[in-house]
Design a protein around this ligand. Sequence first.
Ligand SMILES: Cc1cc2nc3c(=O)[nH]c(=O)nc-3n(C[C@H](O)[C@H](O)[C@H](O)COP(=O)(O)OP(=O)(O)OC[C@H]3O[C@@H](n4cnc5c(N)ncnc54)[C@H](O)[C@@H]3O)c2cc1C
Length: 498
Amino acid sequence: MAELADALRGFVKGEVFNDEWTRKINSIDASHYALTPSIVIDPADENDLQAISSYCYNRGLPITARGAGTGLLGQSLTEGIVIDFTKHMNKILQIENDYVILQPGVVKGVLDKELRKRGKFLPPDPASSNYCTLGGMIANNSSGPHGLAYGSIINFLKGVNVVYSDGTVDSLGENDYGSRYARHLIDLVSDNISLIQNGYPLVNKNSCGYRLDAVINHNNYSPQKVFAASEGTLGLVTSASIKILDIPSHRSLIILVFEDLIAATSSVPRLLKCHPVAIELLDSSLYSSESGRGSSHNECVVFVEFAADRLREVETRLSKCKENLASSCRHVETANDQMSVDKAWAARKGQLNNIMKLTVGSRRPVGLIEDTVVNTNFLPEYVRFLLNLYHANYLNYVIYGHLGDGNLHTRPMMDLESPSELELLQSLADRVFAKVIQQRGTISGEHGDGLARLDFIPKVYGSPIFSLFKKVKRLFDPACLLNPGKKIPVSALMNDGI
Ligand SMILES: Cc1cc2nc3c(=O)[nH]c(=O)nc-3n(C[C@H](O)[C@H](O)[C@H](O)COP(=O)(O)OP(=O)(O)OC[C@H]3O[C@@H](n4cnc5c(N)ncnc54)[C@H](O)[C@@H]3O)c2cc1C
């Protein structure tokens, strides 16, 4: 590897690292996996990236993009070469009235601050926004509490500039056929349109597989959207054009305390009728299977936010919500001033960090079934099903998430060093995912597939659509050098003759 690093240093304008320390810190993300890369490169710019890619292409060396490494499923982990975009390719290039052009290494929180000065915002708001990058958000199709009203990053992605594995550059944008592969992609989708329209999960947010369902919409062609949720497997994004919105003038929050999870989830259809921009379930830190046995005694808290430019509108929605829900709740509180609303959201933002602190030795809150989405009408039955599984296996657990989208983040406390618990985790995942798929839900609403959910992707889509995914991968990355082993198992491509 020292030889390869020296050869790269001969032409790379940025930095090339092959020291133990740099490789070690890039060997983990926010998942349970660890893979040590051979080399880590901080490219200086797009030209640098082209030279690196073309060099690697000629030698069959795999490349994996990395942003802040906050992915929860091992998306940025590899034993190949890591390309870190955070050091040099981290500039906001242009802010216009309704869009922004930026490099992938821009941290979402930095963008938020710049946009706020202009009264603008980019709604997808992951709890990791103080660290995560726009490149990572695009590649995972990230979202957050306000996904309910505004959608995920895919809904905002107007265009991307990319470098392919062979070092060539390309631009993909709305109704633009000029790109190297756009025409092929659009033809592939268009030839299979009814398969795609009938075979995708019926959900508001989805980060599982490739988002071919977003490529053609009412005669509008959006080839750039295939990059959302693609986990760096199709091309390296060097810049993106992203739609932004005006910050609504008024926001208010209502905090509802329910007797238990079933009462909270049953309230969602009534809450949705009040047109909130977010409905968030907070976890009560740790639910015990013992206390939950039979009927659950765990109170739970739901945040409901309303936002609009006219104060009257916000007030009307909020009082309708209070009126509709008061009798079903134990306690109701409202926050109308910006400071109180922000304070409440800060508590929500810290949820996953707090949950991670529940780790004791090798027993930890495990992510695998932590990002399912089901129709909100099915939520109470789904939660009952989950609780029964947890109780039957004497598992403690956390449950929180984006209730308004039916996107529950749940993690059982398990010891991944115990073979029997690993086996149990696999069987929990099989059963939970089967239930979700049966209801036309998705196994990932916003976190992506990474290493952890790779094998489950064909189960969500079935083999005809999964075959389209292989065609897409082969179209954009024929040598399978971009983040191999993500989205499509390398063996599945090998069998098809790569
Ligand atoms: C505490 C915590 C809270 C979180 N909360 C949320 C949440 O509320 N909502 C949510 O959606 N997610 C959440 N996440 C998950 C994660 O933060 C997001 O998916 C985030 O967008 C990942 O960004 P990143 O920069 O860390 O990407 P990384 O983890 O570094 O990479 C993610 C993927 O992006 C690819 N990639 C990165 N840059 C490029 C590029 N330039 N071109 C092509 N591919 C690229 C990588 O190869 C990888 O496949 C949370 C994570 C943590 C740890």
